[in-house]
Ligand binder design. Structure first.
Ligand code: C2E
Ligand code: MG
Ligand code: MG
Length: 650
C-alpha cells in the first residue's frame, strides 16, 4: 500500500483533501438521511407546540380569533411546514424519486441547518431570560454538527463561530424577564466552552468514521465496475455507461465497436501468460487515450468494446491497430478484428453488445477482413441463433427434433448395411432447419449434448419398435460431438439407453468427426477405449476435411474410416476426376494398410460408386443410394424392394 505523507494526513484530518465524486455523494446521502430524522423531530416538536398553544391560549379564549391564533403561532406553523417539506424531500431523495442534484440537496441541507440554528437561538434566548438552561440551542447545534457531518474544518469554524458569538451575545445582550441586563455566569461559560470543545472532537471523529466507510465502499464499488487486470471499466460498467450515453445523446451519431484480437491465443502460448497480460494492459491504456471522450471497457479475455462517435471512428480503430501492431513480431502477427453496430432509439446496450460481438465473430476466420458492420443478413442469422438457443429445450420437449436416416450400403452387393442418424429440427414457427444451421451454434454454446442425447434415444426407440414387431433391423451410426464427451458422461449415457431399450451393441456405431480430434483430449481417448471395450464400433467421420488427418490415424484407434465427401465434389468434372481418384485410391490403400474398414460419403453417381467399389471401398453412402429420410420411409424403401437389409452388419 502506498505510504501517505504527514502533510497529506494533516490535510486529511481537517478534510482538505479532494474527495472522489463517489465519496462526496456518500457524505451527501448520509446527511440527507439525517435530515429525514431531524425533520421528524421538528414535526413532532412543532405539533406538540401547536397543541400546547391551542390548549393554553385558544381553548381558554385568549386568542380566539383566527388572526390572533395565527399571529402568535405562525412560527410553529412555519417550522412545521419546513419540517414536513424536508421530510418529504429527504424521503424522495433517498428512494431516488427526485433529482439528486448535489446543488439542490446541499443547498436545502444548509438552509435547514440555518433554520434549526435560528430556531434554537430564538427559543434559548427566551429560556435564558427565564433563567433556564439554553437547551434548545444546544440541541439544535448538536443536530447541525453531529447529525449533519461537514468536513472537519467547516465544523470547527462553524461551531467556534456559533459558540463564541452566541455565548458572547448572551453575555452582552442577555436580559432577564424584567428586561435588565444579565450576563452569563463564569461557571456556565466554562461549561459551554467544554461542551463546544467536546462537540468538535465528536464531530471530527464521526466525520472520519463516516469517511472511512465511504472509502471502503468506494473501493468495493470500484472493484465491481472495473476490470481486475487493466483497471478500465468492465462489461457491466460499460453497459451501464453506454445506456446513459445512448439515452442522453443522439444514437444515430454513435456506433458500438467490438474489438477482438486475432491470434491472441497463440501469442499467449508463445510468449507466456504474463506477456499476454502486459499486452492487455497496454491495449487498455490505448483505449483510455483513443476513446477518452467515449465509453469503453474490457468485456473478457481479448475482447474490448467502445461506444463512440461515428465521426472519425475509422481513425480511432486505426490508432488502436497501430498500438497493437507495435506488439506484433515477425513470427506472430496480431490483428485487430472489429465488429460495428449502429444503435437505434430504444436500443438495449446488452443486445447491442451481442450484435457487435456477433458481427466480429462472423469474420474471425476471414484473414482478409478486419472490420464488419452488423447488417440485415447478419440480423437474420443473429435472430436465428437466439431462437435456437432459447428454444432447444422446447424443441426437444415438444418433439420438433426429428431423426432422419441416410442409407449406407455394402459396395459389393449394394445391400443396406446401416443408416446414419442425422438430426432435423422441424419447427412450427421457423420451419425446417438443417443441422448446418443449428449444430455449430449448439456446439459453440455448449448445448449440443442435449440434442445428441435426444437423437440417441429416438434411434433406440425406433429400433426397439421394430424389434418388438419382430422385424429385421439395421445398424445405425450416431454422430458424437467432441463436446459430448466433455459436457456429459457420453459413454454411460449411451449405455443407459442401450440397456433401457435393449439394443444389441453391434447395431449402434459411434461416429466422431475428425475435427473433434485436433485438440488432444485425454478424456476423449479414454472414452473411446471404454466404448471399444463395451463392444461399440467407432468410426472416424469426415476424414480429409480437416488438417491433421494423418496424425489422427496414428494416435487413435478407429474401426471404420469415413472419407469426406469433399473428394467426390464435382466428380463428374473430368479435370477433377483424375486427381480425386488418385487421392481416394491412396486413402483407401492407407486404410487397408492400417487395417481399417472404409466408407466413402457423398456418392452421387453410378460412376463414382463403380470406381469406389473397384478400389475396394467397403461401404458407400450418398444421394445415389438415398437421401436422409424418416425411419418409416427407410422401411417403405425396404418393403418396396429399393433397399435390402444385408445379413452382414459389421
Ligand atoms: P456428416 O455426419 O458428415 O453427415 C453427412 C452429411 O452429408 C449429411 O448432411 C448428409 O445429408 C450429407 N450428405 C449425405 N450424402 C450426400 C450426398 O451424396 N451429397 C451431398 N451433397 N450431401 C450428402 P446433414 O444431415 O446436413 O448433416 C450435416 C452435418 O451435421 C453432419 O455431417 C454431422 O456432422 C452434423 N450432424 C447431423 N446430425 C447430427 C447429430 O445428431 N449430432 C451431431 N453431433 N451432429 C450431427
Ligand atoms: Mg456423420
Ligand atoms: Mg461425414
Amino acid at each position: 500500500m502506498e505510504k501517505k505523507s504527514i502533510w497529506y494526513r494533516i490535510k486529511d484530518f481537517f478534510g482538505f483533501n479532494k474527495m472522489s465524486p463517489y465519496e462526496k455523494a456518500f457524505h451527501r446521502d448520509a446527511n440527507i438521511r439525517s435530515t429525514f430524522f431531524m425533520a421528524l423531530i421538528i414535526i413532532v416538536l412543532e405539533s406538540w407546540m401547536i397543541i400546547r398553544f391551542i390548549k393554553k391560549y385558544v381553548l381558554t379564549g385568549q386568542y380566539a380569533t383566527f388572526e390572533l391564533f395565527f399571529k402568535y403561532s405562525k412560527n410553529y406553523w412555519l417550522l412545521l411546514f419546513i419540517g414536513v417539506f424536508m421530510l418529504i424531500y429527504s424521503a424522495l431523495y433517498t428512494y431516488n424519486k427526485i433529482s439528486r442534484s448535489p446543488y439542490i440537496s446541499t443547498g436545502l441541507t444548509i438552509m435547514f441547518t440555518g433554520v434549526c440554528a435560528y430556531f434554537g437561538w430564538k427559543v434559548s434566548e427566551s429560556d435564558f431570560s427565564k433563567g433556564r438552561m439554553i437547551l434548545c440551542f444546544l440541541t439544535m447545534i448538536l443536530y447541525a454538527a453531529c447529525l449533519l457531518i461537514w468536513r472537519p474544518y467547516i465544523s470547527i469554524i462553524m461551531l467556534s463561530v456559533i459558540g463564541i458569538t452566541y455565548i458572547n451575545y448572551l453575555d452582552v445582550y442577555g436580559v432577564d424577564l424584567e428586561g435588565n441586563h444579565k450576563g452569563v455566569l463564569e461557571a456556565d461559560m466554562i461549561n459551554y466552552a467544554t461542551f463546544f470543545i467536546s462537540l468538535i472532537a465528536v464531530v471530527v471523529s464521526i466525520y472520519h468514521q463516516r469517511h472511512s466507510e465511504a472509502r471502503k465502499s468506494a473501493k468495493l464499488i470500484k472493484a465491481s465496475i472495473t476490470d481486475d487486470l487493466t483497471g478500465i471499466p468492465n462489461a457491466k460498467e460499460f453497459a451501464e455507461k453506454a445506456e446513459i450515453l445512448i439515452s442522453t445523446s443522439d444514437p444515430s451519431k454513435l456506433i458500438y465497436l467490438f474489438f477482438n484480437i486475432a491470434n491472441f491465443r497463440t501469442y499467449n502460448d508463445h510468449m507466456g501468460y504474463a506477456k499476454g497480460n502486459e499486452l492487455m494492459i497496454k491495449l487498455a491504456e490505448g483505449f483510455s487515450k483513443v476513446f477518452e471522450k467515449d465509453v469503453y471497457g474490457r468485456m473478457s479475455d481479448d475482447h474490448f468494446m467502445a461506444l463512440t462517435r461515428i465521426e472519425g471512428f475509422e481513425d480511432r480503430i486505426e490508432q488502436m491497430r497501430q498500438i497493437l501492431k507495435k506488439e506484433s513480431t515477425d513470427e506472430l502477427y496480431l490483428e485487430l478484428k472489429v465488429g460495428g453496430y449502429r444503435p437505434t432509439e430504444n436500443s438495449d446496450p446488452r443486445s447491442d453488445i451481442d450484435r457487435a460481438r456477433y458481427a466480429v465473430h462472423s469474420i474471425s476466420h476471414h484473414a482478409d477482413k478486419t472490420y464488419i458492420e452488423y447488417d440485415k443478413k447478419m440480423h437474420d442469422g443473429f435472430h436465428l441463433r437466439q431462437y435456437i438457443l432459447n428454444n432447444i429445450d422446447k424443441a426437444i420437449r415438444e418433439d420438433y427434433i426429428k431423426v432422419y436416416y441416410q442409407p449406407v450400403v455394402w459396395s459389393d452387393d449394394k445391400k443396406l448395411c446401416g443408416c446414419e442418424a442425422l438430426a432435423r429440427w422441424v419447427d412450427p414457427e421457423v420451419g425446417f432447419l438443417s443441422p448446418g444451421a443449428f449444430i455449430p451454434i449448439l456446439e459453440e454454446c455448449r448445448q449440443i449434448n442435449k440434442l445428441d442425447l435426444c437423437i440417441y434415444e429416438k434411434v433406440c426407440k425406433d429400433l426397439r419398435g421394430k424389434l418388438d414387431n419382430g422385424e429385421k433391423i439395421f445398424p445405425v451410426s450416431l454422430n458424437f460431438s467432441r463436446l459430448d464427451f466433455e459436457l456429459m458422461d457420453a459413454v454411460s449415457e449411451l449405455e443407459k439407453l442401450v440397456e433401457k431399450y435393449r439394443i444389441p451393441k453391434e447395431y449402434l456405431h459411434v461416429e466422431i468427426t475428425e475435427s473433434a480430434l485436433t485438440d488432444e483430449t485425454g478424456g476423449l481417448k479414454s472414452a473411446m477405449e471404454t466404448l471399444h471395450e463395451k463392444g461399440y464400433s467407432i468410426w472416424l467421420d469426415d476424414f480429409g476435411s480437416g488438417y491433421s488427418s494423418l496424425n489422427v490415424l496414428k494416435d487413435y484407434d478407429f474401426d471404420v474410416l469415413k472419407i469426406d465427401m469433399v473428394f467426390l465434389k464435382n466428380y463428374e468434372n473430368e479435370s477433377i476426376k483424375e486427381n480425386a481418384r488418385k487421392i481416394i485410391g491412396t486413402i483407401l490403400d492407407l486404410a487397408c494398410a492400417l487395417n481399417m474398414k472404409t466408407l466413402t460419403e457423398g456418392v452421387e453417381s453410378e460412376e463414382a460408386a463403380r470406381f469406389l467399389t473397384e478400389k475396394g471401398c467397403g461401404r458407400l453412402q450418398g444421394y445415389f443410394y438415398g437421401k436422409p429420410m424418416t425411419f418409416e420411409d427407410v422401411y417403405k424403401a425396404i418393403d418396396g424392394g429399393k433397399l435390402t437389409i444385408s445379413d452382414e452388419i459389421l
